[in-house]
Design a binder for this molecule. Structure first.
Ligand code: KIV
Ligand code: ZN
Length: 388
């Protein structure tokens, strides 16, 4: 039996921090309900102290959701923690996520606090959050650029103060996979009370490494990943939920964990988030892009028609697509052409007629990017075809 990898979805909080992606309360509730269907463990619904609207959204999500924990974000300050505590009150299961920066540049230039003051404030914030819930997550912001000894010190103190999840953010997407994996290895081995908390990875995608860094952390012992649908998030985005979940599910030979995610709901979640935010999904996006399960090259189409696992490592149906797709274009071969004719109920009397039609198809494909069923039907009307 594999250990569970907790999926913490922050589409409604970090995802919403993408410029232009803000959501109304009603939209957040619709997305939260889809996340619940997906069976995410934790939904970070917003930052209640940020605005009255965000407070009400977190409260509404906390009331509407039954099967996922609902979380509110709070800086390590009194008002934020109280607002988060009030907002999650209606939840069946609620969490407060409090954070303070620990990197030298953030402490010196942004917080203007000494390392000792940061540790003291982190301890205070965790204890204050525990007045509202016993499910408290602590993040040393910009952990990816923090000093390792200092990180160990602040995390040990946060766990002693009552934090049950320790989240390690690579806030500016600066780390590379080996380094981020090694960071988890060091933290889990050096912090004496590390076994009292779940360690979590929170990665940003500035170098396109968010998913790779998250998976490296999992390999080194992280048991929660923070992610968003479609990788939505500030700047270049966050770790994409669908990619982490399917990487772990597809590579059960490599990972010691699995998630409880109901993967056939992934595509619906992707479409809902894209529709509400207006952030379209690129066609070649893994798992949820329109081309993710499409084959155009003749060699691949022929292979897939013979046995789908020749060129497919996942089943399209397992993430919500109705099926994989053979796109007919100039790279397609006879085998895919013949298969599409069969689907369209078109049969030739002789192999020569099929060859003639295939030549016509290739000529057309040189002029058009994609060949639709109507094009094939038009193409074969001049040939001696017989509909079956
Ligand atoms: O990226 C980050 O550091 C964050 C924290 C608030 C966890 O989003
Ligand atoms: Zn973040």
């Amino acid at each position: 039996m594999k250990e569970e990898l907790v999926i913490f979805d922050t589409t409604l909080r970090d995802g919403e921090q993408s410029p232009g992606a803000s959501m109304t309360k009603e939209e957040k509730i619709r997305i939260a309900k889809q996340l619940e269907k997906l069976r995410v463990n934790v939904i970070e619904a917003g930052f209640p102290a940020a605005s009255q609207g965000d407070f009400e959204s977190v409260q509404a999500v906390a009331s509407a959701i039954k099967d996922s924990t609902v979380c509110g974000l709070a800086r390590a300050v009194e008002n934020d923690i109280v607002r988060a505590g009030e907002a999650i009150k209606p939840a069946n299961s609620g969490r407060i996520h409090t954070f303070i920066a620990t990197s030298p540049i953030h402490m010196e230039k942004k917080l203007k606090m000494s390392p000792d003051e940061v540790v003291e404030r982190a301890v205070w914030a965790v204890k204050r959050a525990r007045d509202f819930t016993d499910n408290v997550e602590f993040s040393p912001e910009d952990a990816g650029r923090s000093d390792l000894d200092f990180l160990c010190r602040v995390i040990e103190a946060a766990i002693d103060a009552g934090a049950t999840t320790i989240n390690i953010p690579d806030t500016v997407g600066y780390n590379v996979p080996e380094q981020f994996g090694e960071l988890f290895h060091q933290l889990l081995n050096r912090i004496p009370n590390a076994d009292k908390a779940i360690f979590s990875a929170h990665c940003h995608n500035d170098l396109g490494l968010a998913v790779a860094n998250s998976l490296a952390a999992v390999k080194s012992g992280a048991r929660q990943v923070e992610c968003t649908i479609n990788g939505l998030g500030e700047r270049a985005g966050n770790t994409a939920l669908e990619e982490v979940v399917m990487a772990v599910r597809t590579r059960q030979d490599w990972f010691d964990v699995d998630t409880r995610i109901h993967t056939p709901e992934i595509l619906a979640a992707s479409r809902l988030v894209a529709g509400i935010t207006g952030f379209a999904v690129q066609p070649n996006k893994a798992i949820v892009g329109t081309n993710a399960f499409s084959h155009e090259s003749g060699i691949h189409q022929d292979g897939v028609l013979k046995h789908r696992e020749t060129y497919e490592i996942m089943r399209a149906e397992d993430v919500g697509w109705s099926t994989n797709k053979m796109v007919l274009g100039k790279h397609s071969g006879r085998s895919a052409f013949r298969s599409r004719l069969k689907e369209l109920g078109i049969e030739f009397e002789t192999e020569q007629e099929l060859s003639d039609a295939f030549i016509g198809f290739k000529e057309l494909a040189d002029r058009k990017h994609e060949i639709y069923d109507e094009d094939i039907q038009a193409l074969v009307t001049d040939n001696n075809t017989r509909r079956v």
